[in-house]
Design a protein around this ligand. Structure first.
Ligand code: GLU
Length: 287
């Protein structure tokens, strides 16, 4: 089967060997299947993105010997389309404004209840808030985040699919396929449009995977649980369903994640020390 794949780094630091693994897996899968390999710069975090990290991504991927289609999709140039998708969810009555601060959420949340990434589940502070309460905060010039009404979203999903469970297809390295039941409820009333930028990771990923026609999403296992919420958004927004492969994540022997900011196993540092692209492939087990 021809696969359209993508590598979607956030330019908040220089790439490390973990990124090389993700990029090479996506690239080689597309090339082996006679498909297309796309690149996407996920720079909605305007505070953390830096131009030198974007150029670093291009340099490091070229050095690895990868080629991708132009133009590269840069998310910060597409905020309008994320808002258009959010508008659809608003029209379905599935988003609500939330003005709660982090400290208000921490104070009200149940410490036992966390999402799959260990973040406290939102305790519903602004769910069902009156128009007056919302209007008063707007009048003060506050911008809200927009949260998904998860109960409402699950009802909308049931109206659409009946009893058919929400699933996704996980493709293993040997090509075998497994159907995974998605449990988006685990994410609670997740943020769909942030306060500071008119988008969120989950919303922009599903909009752009559809826009770019991605048929096979490859990324680290650390994003396996995120797929549940992303599948829900795809269903609600009538977006096509890609298949997924969540690959191993490279970490230190004690389980710590590689860090972009500490330059752990950074590709440019390894290059400066004399490593070749073939060395990197060998180190990450893709020689
Ligand atoms: N931008 C995300 C990251 O750098 C990856 C998103 C994805 O592959 O879905 O972790």
């Amino acid at each position: 089967m021809t696969s359209i794949t993508r590598f979607a780094p956030s330019p908040n630091g220089f790439l490390h060997v973990g990124h090389a693994l993700s990029a090479i897996i996506a690239h080689d899968l597309a090339r082996r299947s006679g498909g297309r390999f796309l690149l996407r710069i996920e720079d909605i975090d305007l505070e953390r993105r830096r131009p030198e990290f974007v150029s670093g991504i291009f340099e490091d991927l070229s050095w690895l010997g990868l080629t991708w289609e132009e133009p590269v999709l840069v998310q910060s140039q597409h905020f309008k389309s994320y808002l258009a998708a959010a508008d659809k969810l608003i029209a379905m009555g599935l988003l609500y404004p939330c003005f709660a601060s982090r400290s208000e959420i921490i104070a009200a949340a149940d410490p036992q209840k966390t999402d799959p990434h260990g973040v406290l589940l939102y305790p519903g502070l602004w769910k069902g808030a009156s128009a007056e309460r919302v209007g008063a905060r707007m009048a003060e010039g506050d911008t809200p985040a927009l949260r998904l009404n998860m109960d409402g979203a699950m009802q909308a999903l049931r109206r659409k699919r009946g009893d058919k469970p929400l699933t996704f297809t996980e493709v293993a390295e040997d090509g075998s396929r497994q159907t995974i039941i998605a449990e988006p409820e685990r994410w609670g009333d997740a943020i769909i449009v942030r306060k500071d930028v008119p988008a969120s990771y989950h919303l922009s990923v599903v909009v752009d995977d559809a826009r770019q026609g991605v048929t096979h999403v490859t990324r680290g296992k650390d994003l396996f649980a995120a797929t549940d919420l992303q599948r829900l958004l795809q269903e609600l927004l009538d977006l096509p369903e890609p298949v997924y492969s969540h690959h191993r994540v490279i970490c230190w022997a004690d389980g710590r994640k590689l860090s972009k900011s500490n330059h752990d196993m950074g590709l440019r540092a390894l290059r400066e020390e004399g490593a070749s692209a073939a060395d990197i492939r060998r180190v990450i087990g893709l020689a």
